[in-house]
Design a protein. Sequence first.
Length: 555
Amino acid sequence: MNLKNILVSKNYISESLYTELEEKAKQLNTSVEDLLIAQNTITEDKLGEIVESELNIPYISLAHKTIDPAVVKIIPEKTAIEKKIVAFDKTTSTLKIGMTNPRDINTIEFIKKGTGYNIDPYFITEKSFYEGLKFYKTSIREELKDIIEKNAKESKNVKSGETEALPIINITDTILEYAKTMGASDIHIEPMETEAIVRYRIDGILHDQATYPLPVHQAVLARIKILANLKIDEHRLPQDGRFKSTISDRDISFRVSIMPVYSGEVLVMRLLEDNAKEYSLESLGMAGRDLSVIQDAIKRTVGMILVTGPTGSGKSTTLYTVLSELNTPEVNLDTIEDPIEYSMPRVNQTQVNANIGLTFASGLRSFLRQDPDVIMVGEIRDTETADIAINAAMTGHLVLSTLHTNDSSGAIPRLIDMHIESFLVSSTLNVIIAQRLVRKLCNNCKLEYSLDKKLIEILEEQYTKKGVDKKITKDKFFKPQGCEYCTNGYKGRIGIYEVLEITDDIKTLIARRENANVIQKAAQESGMSLMIEDGMRKAEEGITSLEEVLRVVKE
């Protein structure tokens, strides 16, 4: 299937831009169609409709389709991943399969011979393909139970500490695979008195997934230590490491943290795809005035862009997206990170290593001798790093970094508290982005409802606390319900933002060392929306729920 010819002939994209995206897709280990959808060039359904019309092959989205696992498993999972196909329905003699390349006659014949069914091909996007793969998995709780019961000599032996008969590699792989399939960002495995509990953080919230006997945890822990090149016999000190694994044809890095506690050792793993996903500022949730201010700021060749928020608020993703926008052959991009979360082509990325003296400050100082145009500092943690970053922003470089503050205006006194002169702060800052992540409502099951008086009062009270002089006028919103396609009514996350543009008036206030409240009020008067306002807009549009916005923005 020649997707390029189809899209170019329909004037959805120029041939030169498509060729450019092909190169980018190779570097990021993704598909052109995924890039097109991520950049909002075209929607997934529109792409399907175009292909269906041009090739006269039906299109189907598997995103909101219930598939019988027995049907999916007619095609072995390994074959499905290799060929990028998913069986989703069947009759007595015919098997319906979704294919990312429905013109692949050889694969159709191969599946026909292997299954004995006539094949009815449908076009699916790559995103839809990965949605379909989820139906190969049933329940991690049941699968781990089956593995342990089928392979242990006796369940009582496992409980008494005999794990030699268990396939620990299989158990560990199952935990990792389910985490990826369920869209988890972190895996927590925590020992209790007699068993260990497995929890996944999905869309920012931890969920219990399974338990197993404590001796199994000790064996899984040893397996992870081997993979991450850690000391197996060390049980008293914290250890950190990293390893890679391929899951469903995707390369995933697992950042490992092991911490000794009273009942044993807690294992936490962060899932990181080896290559940065191709986001756009729009796909992150930026729009209107906020988007315009940020786009103007990243076009400048000097100054500083700061992203603020607590741990887990999506700051790194925002910085990587800005880097992606700036990543052209004419620009030298250097980063100093702790840790490097995603690999980016054409970007010189350096990992902090305090054991050998490579800190944010020393790495940043060295970068200034590497003829950089853009420098990203993972985090400004101390006065030395702040001082070098500010001076770099003054001397012909665009500097990107993060700070841990609750709102955008709070970043300014934080820098001054680090003994940075106020006139330097005012002359180097371009824009400060404060952000949080809210869960997105599942489009398949969200319910419309009317606000009651109590909730209106709570919302208006939050507005007043945040310094917003507004009344709630809209009464129709949406709330989560829950279905087989989501987690408790939510699926995915999106940012809510507060973008403080450093205008001449704001610079004057900074130079006069005015407090954060004065700066925030002046920014609001010049058009800045607070995070709660951005969250309310997204709730009004049915993207998220009011409860979710209040959960995230409450102090």
